[in-house]
Design a protein around this ligand. Structure first.
Ligand SMILES: C[S@@+](CC[C@H](N)C(=O)[O-])C[C@H]1O[C@@H](n2cnc3c(N)ncnc32)[C@H](O)[C@@H]1O
Length: 264
């Protein structure tokens, strides 16, 4: 790692692992979760990992790929024998999952109104809304209005259109009895309550209702979090997801609890 840093001096003050070890030792116990939301060269995660802590690191810079991921791979493979490795008798092990954040789903237009971010294409938007609403993204070839499912008979339709009463009626007729559909659209006209099998929501409003600002204690308000499932290739709504663990280098982040079954 020292070599890695020496070759590319992008960090003014790389912290010694021993310093981080002291801090982590004082503040946490084995198995605890250590967060560094400004990961830099990844020292916090590397040290936390070697000390048997779980960790989350966040980094917006490209050195996430040039430094942090290579560094943590070396830690996991036991190749990193610098820093505190000798002191803690580090031999390697564990793993991590890597996610690239999607762009913000909403942006404000020039009048300050929240609108859907233009960077989102139809597939990205449908997948993201499914995730937020707790549906499994599963677009159907047979029905244009089936973008995801929550149960056998409950579906979700995501569109940037502004829907007219005639369109809503036609969708309701197609859905029919015995099935229900959550319609997420940019806007709609008419009385949305008149279709017993439809629930109609406006996307900017429904996304905003899931946002939390100004809290001291943030809960992660996203359902259906992507999770590790061992051997499938990975692409998520928020871009490629990479799960790295010793002996299983790059696998999918499927569905489960954030820390179940994968990682360390
Ligand atoms: C001083 S370094 C962090 C050092 C590191 N925590 C350590 O202990 O060695 C700050 C890092 O935060 C990153 N950063 C700045 N703003 C950020 C943001 N909004 N989200 C994520 N990373 C950010 C920078 O790219 C930089 O790599």
């Amino acid at each position: 790692m020292l070599q890695l840093l020496a070759d590319t001096p992008v960090f003014d003050n790389p912290k010694p692992e021993a310093l981080l070890e002291r801090v982590i030792h004082i503040a946490t116990n084995p198995g605890d979760l250590v967060l560094d939301s400004f990961a830099g060269s990844g020292t916090t995660g590397a040290v936390a990992h070697k000390m048997g802590r779980r960790w989350i690191m966040i980094e917006l810079g490209e050195h996430c790929h040039t430094h942090i991921i290579p560094r943590l791979r070396k830690v996991i493979d036991g190749e990193d024998q610098g820093g505190i490795s000798q002191a803690v008798n580090w031999k390697g092990g564990g793993g991590f999952r890597y996610y690239r954040l999607a762009p913000s789903l909403l942006q404000q237009d020039r009048w300050g109104q929240w609108v859907i971010n233009k960077e989102y294409n139809a597939e990205m938007l449908a997948a993201a809304i499914c995730k937020l609403e707790g549906f499994t993204y599963a677009p159907s070839d047979a029905h244009y209005w089936q973008h995801g499912t929550s149960t056998e008979n409950d579906f979700i339709y995501v569109t940037t259109q502004s829907l007219t009463p005639e369109q809503l009626q036609a969708i309701s007729d197609e859905v029919g009895e015995g099935r229900s559909l959550l319609v997420c659209c940019s806007a709609f006209r008419g009385d949305a309550d008149r279709y017993p099998n439809l629930t109609v929501k406006k996307i900017p409003k429904m996304v905003l209702s899931r946002c939390e600002w100004g809290h001291d204690d943030y809960s992660l308000n996203v359902e259906n979090l992507p999770m590790a499932s061992p051997l499938e290739p990975a692409v998520t709504a928020s871009g490629p997801a990479l799960n790295v663990r010793k002996g299983a280098k790059a696998v999918d982040a499927g569905q489960a609890g954030l820390f179940d079954g994968g990682g360390e």
